[in-house]
Design a protein around this ligand. Sequence first.
Ligand code: FAD
Length: 463
Amino acid sequence: MDTPQIVWLRRDLRLADQPALYAAAQMGPVVPVFVLDDAAAGDHAYGGASRWWLHHSLASFAADLAKHHSKIVLRRGHAAEQLAALSKELGGAPVHAIRHYEPWWRKVQGALAKQVDLQLYDGNYLLPPGAVTTGSGTPYKIYTPFSKAVLEQLPPRDVLPVPDTLSAPPKWPDSDDLDGWNLLPTKPDWAGGLADFWHVGEAAAHDRLEEWKDHVSDYDEARNLPSKDGSSRLSPHLHWGEISPVQVWHALKGRRGQGWATYEKELIWRDYAQNVICQFPKYGVEPYREGYDGNFWRSPERGHLIADDLEAWQRGRTGYPIVDAGMRQLWQTGWMHNRVRMITASFMIKHLLIDWTYGERWFWDCLVDADYGNNSVNWQWTSGTGVDSNMFVRIMAPLGQSEKFNAAAYIREYVPELTHLKDAVIHDPEEHGCRPADYPAKIIAHREARERALSTYRAMKGE
Ligand SMILES: Cc1cc2nc3c(=O)[nH]c(=O)nc-3n(C[C@H](O)[C@H](O)[C@H](O)COP(=O)(O)OP(=O)(O)OC[C@H]3O[C@@H](n4cnc5c(N)ncnc54)[C@H](O)[C@@H]3O)c2cc1C
């Protein structure tokens, strides 16, 4: 009982329902550790918004640990090397961690297991990847049968409590100073909007869940309306593991109804995304389907001026109010409403014919919930390049979507140039002859974009 137990934390910054922390606390003094490893993830190192969230989440977690007379040790560098060195420093301490499935974490877990006694636990999903398989024992590729199989296996495991005690080691190892990691932006400090929009940390996640309990029954209808606060906004808390989906599931299970049934399926999408990246680790960087290579998209190598179009999309200056509102919401708050994520992603891919990986990268940098599984699965789903859909030819009409889902108030909130316009004209001011001078004209007409996308698709198919 005297050997210190290292708890290696990543996207699981919580005290309750934390299987690695819980197990370690039963075995001896606990040394919680977070290693900032910018190299392991390569192209998918934390983006700007993620770094902002991570700073606040670590600060909040450290404050929670302090209430239990514990602390977090911060180290920077190659995670496997840092943890192996720390284990040695602590006399061969075992390392406990929740298992993560991003390709880079799987490599680090493999390397670390060769050097220390590594105990891995399932903890961040309703069911761990591999828990459900097809009749022939292979993983599911398609969401619908996957989701049916998961529903048959639910309920998930029980929720674990916060450990009764977190005993401290005789001597705390050295730790970096969180401020010294410079995770927060300074020049310029673009994070003011994020700070207004979010409360970070485990307690904030549970506060949000409490509020959400009263709204989940309306989810089925309200979730598609960007002007309403109709979804849970738990995504960054779930991504960073400040709350587990198992806790969410058990908290809401008494609120049965259509709203809950739809919400449960969204939680299962989250599990599904991990199931996909486990099978296809390069899902965030390569199309699953053939044909959608560099020759399919408009590209600078073939003389297309995509840089201007990409920048207009990123900055919310496309002339399509719903697209611009979404992109500005993303920039200001680090989050975007799900329906608008679909509209903006579809616009970049199909109207602008820009390779989906450019959008994946932008979201990766700007989202506080940027998640390798969820982001890549949704980008490949929208582009029709993924394992679950080949619907490139289904082209979302942004103006129609904006009207159908009553986005007028949402547009007013994020596109100040249009605040004075009435509901009847705000979705398409150019068409109604009331586009203000400081708001851009459409960068491409809907019909022209649609024809271009479809003819490119037909050419790729050799039709
Ligand atoms: C192009 C695109 C990129 C996306 N990138 C991400 C991302 O990087 N990180 C991320 O967490 N979600 C991503 N999503 C999925 C979805 O948009 C967000 O999870 C959702 O908007 C978060 O808001 P919420 O918490 O209010 O969701 P709710 O509607 O309240 O859903 C509850 C939870 O279910 C999960 N969930 C919901 N929808 C999905 C989905 N389609 N796929 C996977 N999980 C889902 C999330 O964890 C979410 O918090 C993306 C969607 C699109 C179309």
